[in-house]
Write a protein that binds this ligand. Structure first.
Ligand code: ADP
Ligand code: MG
Length: 258
């Protein structure tokens, strides 16, 4: 990424988000006989960013997917601003809780702008001109308005991920979930996406971020949540979790990733 592009990757439009709180209560989930989540609790206040860390296979992605009902827990509840999401229409819920994955999941045959406006037109039923206007505004936010008419394959991985973020933001989500959003990116492209995520956090979006980027977690998280074997082993402010781990398991994990 050129320096100019890095600059563009910063949010160019000041925004503030009407975010909501998100909580998980005693979430249990098994795949067949494999108990993957064993009673997970999570509390993310309005405008807070929680970074979820932990070894591969500890249940981080599964937890994230239960939060927006891509998976249904066997037991427990998920609360959006105190209200159970299990009684809400999953389609409506997924507009309120945006999600960004490791792979970008953009439609290759559509332009960048069409990728963003598709859901606005089909789910929100916005007329074409309004959807385009809103889509372009989102592209401004992620610094990619100048790429509106190209196809995803013409963009770098970092730019594609910023388009995926813009697409999620276009639905006016109240919470954003990120599942290893930078893990598939070449190292030089990671920074721009993390900078965008940090901007979102600073502008008051409620976020749950599964990440291996310990520097990001330390800088941006209000709360760091360490998961192992389907449980939250420790959660707290970054300074505590990183500098004074209470459990052997967290200490060992941190020694490995540092
Ligand atoms: P993490 O994101 O922390 O690496 P995951 O939540 O992806 O962990 O996976 C937790 C465990 O659940 C792993 O052992 C994984 O193999 C298993 N798992 C995840 N998804 C499925 C699935 N759809 N079917 C069966 N097992 C799964
Ligand atoms: Mg995962």
């Amino acid at each position: 990424m050129t320096e100019r592009d890095q600059q563009r990757a910063r949010t160019t439009v000041p925004t503030s988000y009407e975010s909501l709180s998100l909580a998980a209560r005693d979430i249990h989930l098994a795949f067949g006989r494999h108990q993957v989540l064993r009673g997970v609790d999570l509390d993310v206040a309005r405008g807070e960013t929680a970074c979820v860390i932990g070894p591969s296979g500890s249940g981080k992605s599964t937890l994230l997917r239960t939060l927006n009902r891509l998976l249904e827990p066997d037991r427990g509840d998920v609360l959006l601003d105190g209200e159970s999401v299990l009684r809400q229409d999953p389609d409506v819920l997924r507009q309120r809780i945006g999600m960004v994955f490791q792979g970008f999941h953009l439609f290759p045959h559509l332009t960048v702008l069409r990728n963003i406006t598709l859901a606005l037109r089909q789910l929100r039923r916005l007329p074409a001109d309004q959807a385009a206007e809103l889509g372009l505004r989102q592209l401004d936010i992620v610094g990619l308005r100048h790429k509106a008419d190209v196809r995803p394959a013409q963009l770098s991985g970092g730019q594609q991920q910023r388009v995926a973020i813009a697409r999620a933001l276009a639905m006016s989500p109240r919470v954003m979930l990120f599942d290893e959003a930078t893990s598939a990116l070449d190292p030089e492209l990671v920074k721009g996406v993390l900078a965008l995520m940090a901007d979102l956090a600073a502008q008051g979006m409620t976020m749950v971020v599964v990440t291996h980027e310990m520097g990001f977690a330390r800088r941006v998280a209000d709360q760091v949540v360490f998961m192992d074997h389907g449980r939250v082993v420790e959660a707290g402010p970054p300074a505590e979790v990183f500098e004074a781990p209470r459990s052997e398991r967290l200490a060992r994990f941190l020694a490995q990733v540092r």
